[in-house]
Ligand binder design. Structure first.
Ligand SMILES: *Cc1c(COP(=O)(O)O)cnc(C)c1O
Length: 410
C-alpha cells in the first residue's frame, strides 16, 4: 500500500462498492464517495492507497485518533479472554470501568448502554420515573423540555421531539410528553417549566445543527433555573464530551455540573459502541431490577475498550491539545478571505464554517476537499464542520488550512 497523493491518482471511489451499496443497502445516507480501508491517527486511506486527513472523526467518535494502539491492545486482550456475559452475571471489567469513569467525571452513578440514542432514551426513562417517585408528578403527566434544532439520535421517541422535518416526517405517531423551546434562551426555559416538568434535555453546543454555541452564561443560567424548579438538567455530551471542545466535558466551560450527563461516541475511541448515562445517585437510583436493561450494555469488551479510551485521552494530553489546536485552527479559518463565508465558529476542535445561502451549498466544497485529501462533511445545507481527531499537530492543522483556504477562495 502506498501513500501517494490523492490529487495525482485515480478517483479512489471504488465504483463497484458504490454500486453494490446502492443496490443492496437502505439509502438512508448520502456519503462522500470515498471507500476507506485503513486508518492511523488523523489519517485514513482509501482502497487505492490514497491518504486523507480525517476532519470528521466519525462525528467525534474517534477523538483518540484512528486505531489507537493502546485501545487496540486492550480490545484484543479482552476479546481473547471474555466478551459478553449479559448482566445476568457479573464480569471483572464493569466495576473498574465504573470506578474510573466516576473518578474522571465526578459522577456517583453510571448506567452503561451501547449507542448514543440508547443513552438518551435511558435518561428520559430515568427522569420520568424520578418525577413520579421523588418529585411527585401525577402518573403519566411528566414533561421533558428540549430545544429547537436538537439532535439526540434516531429512535422513535427521539425523532418525535426533533424539529427537523427530514428526521421526523413520516415516522409518527410520536410519544407525548415533550415541549420544544428555542436553544440558547434561558428565559424560554423558565417560562416553559410547569409543576410536571421533570427534565431539560439539551446539548451544551448543538453539533448537528451546525456547531451552534449558546450565548455566554447560558449553561450557568439553565443550571440555576433547573435547580430552582427541581428539574433535572440532562446534558447530551455525546458529541461535545470527552475532550472535543478542549475540556473533558463542555459543561466545564461554565463551571457547572449537570444532573445527568450523556456520553457515547468517543467513549470507545471508535472501536466499539458504548454509551453511558452519568448521574447523581438520586435519579439513577429509581431504576430497580427488571425495569431497564440491555443485553450488550456493560459487557466486558466494551468496558475494557472504554477504560483504555478514557485513559489515553487523559494520559496523552489530548484534551489540552484539543484546546490549543482548536484555537489555532479557528484563528486560521477566521483568516480565510471569502465573500461566501457567513460565519466561522468553534470551541476546541469542534469547528464550523457557515456559508452564505448564495454560495450554492457546502457539499461541493466537501467534494473538492476530498479530491485534495481532506475529508469533511456538510451539516444541513450551508455549513461544514471540521472536527479532526484530538491528536492533530500544528503542522497537520497548517496542512488542512492550506487546502481549505485554496478551496474556499478558489
Ligand atoms: C451522535 C449523537 C447522538 C446519537 O448517538 P448514536 O450513537 O448515533 O445513537 C446523540 N446526541 C448527540 C449530541 C449526538 O451527536
Amino acid at each position: 500500500m502506498t501513500d501517494q497523493d490523492v490529487s495525482t491518482s485515480g478517483a479512489g471511489d471504488g465504483r463497484a462498492f458504490l454500486e453494490i451499496e446502492a443496490e443492496l443497502g437502505a439509502h438512508n445516507y448520502k456519503p462522500i464517495d470515498v471507500v476507506l480501508s485503513r486508518g492511523e491517527g488523523v489519517w485514513v486511506w482509501d482502497i487505492d492507497g490514497n491518504r486523507y486527513l480525517d476532519c470528521l472523526s466519525a462525528y467525534s467518535a474517534v477523538n483518540q485518533g484512528h486505531c489507537h494502539p493502546k485501545i487496540r491492545e486492550a480490545m484484543i486482550e479482552q476479546a481473547s479472554r471474555l466478551t459478553l456475559t449479559s448482566r445476568a452475571f457479573r464480569n471483572d471489567q464493569l466495576a473498574p470501568f465504573y470506578q474510573e469513569i466516576c473518578a474522571l467525571t465526578n459522577t456517583s452513578k453510571v448506567l452503561p448502554m451501547n449507542s448514543g440514542a440508547e443513552a438518551v432514551e435511558s435518561a428520559v426513562k430515568a427522569v420520568r420515573k424520578w418525577g413520579y417517585e421523588v418529585k411527585g408528578v401525577p402518573a403519566d403527566e411528566a414533561e421533558v423540555i428540549v430545544c429547537r434544532n436538537n439532535f439526540h439520535g434516531r429512535t422513535l421517541m427521539i425523532v418525535g421531539f426533533s424539529t427537523d422535518p427530514t428526521a421526523r416526517g413520516g415516522f409518527g405517531p410520536f410519544a407525548p410528553g415533550f415541549k420544544v423551546i428555542p436553544f440558547g434562551d434561558a428565559e424560554a426555559l423558565e417560562a416553559a417549566i410547569t409543576a410536571n416538568t421533570v427534565g431539560f434535555l439539551v446539548e451544551p453546543i448543538q453539533g448537528e445543527a451546525g456547531v451552534i454555541i449558546p450565548p455566554e452564561g447560558y449553561l450557568r443560567a439553565i443550571r440555576e433555573i433547573c435547580s430552582r424548579h427541581n428539574v433535572m438538567l440532562i446534558l447530551d455530551e455525546i458529541q461535545t464530551g470527552l475532550g472535543r471542545t478542549g475540556r473533558l466535558l463542555a459543561e466545564e466551560h461554565e463551571g457547572i455540573e449537570a444532573d445527568l450527563t450523556l456520553v457515547g461516541k468517543a467513549l470507545s475511541g471508535g472501536y466499539y459502541p458504548i454509551s453511558a448515562v452519568l448521574s447523581n445517585s438520586e435519579v439513577l437510583g429509581v431504576l430497580r431490577p427488571g425495569e431497564h436493561g440491555s443485553t450488550f450494555g456493560g459487557n466486558p469488551l466494551a468496558c475494557a475498550v472504554a477504560r483504555a479510551a478514557l485513559k489515553v485521552l487523559v494520559e496523552e494530553g489530548m484534551i489540552e491539545n484539543a484546546a490549543e489546536m482548536g484555537a489555532y485552527f479557528l484563528e486560521g479559518l477566521r483568516g480565510i478571505r471569502s465573500n461566501h463565508i457567513k460565519e466561522v465558529r468553534g470551541r476546541g476542535l469542534m469547528l464550523a464554517v457557515e456559508f452564505e445561502a448564495e454560495a450554492g451549498g457546502a457539499r461541493r466544497y466537501c467534494e473538492t476537499l476530498k479530491d485534495l485529501g481532506l475529508l469533511c462533511k456538510e451539516t444541513h445545507v450551508n455549513t461544514i464542520r471540521f472536527a479532526p481527531p484530538l491528536v492533530i499537530t500544528r503542522d497537520q492543522v497548517d496542512w488542512a488550512l492550506e487546502r481549505i483556504d485554496s478551496v474556499l477562495t478558489g
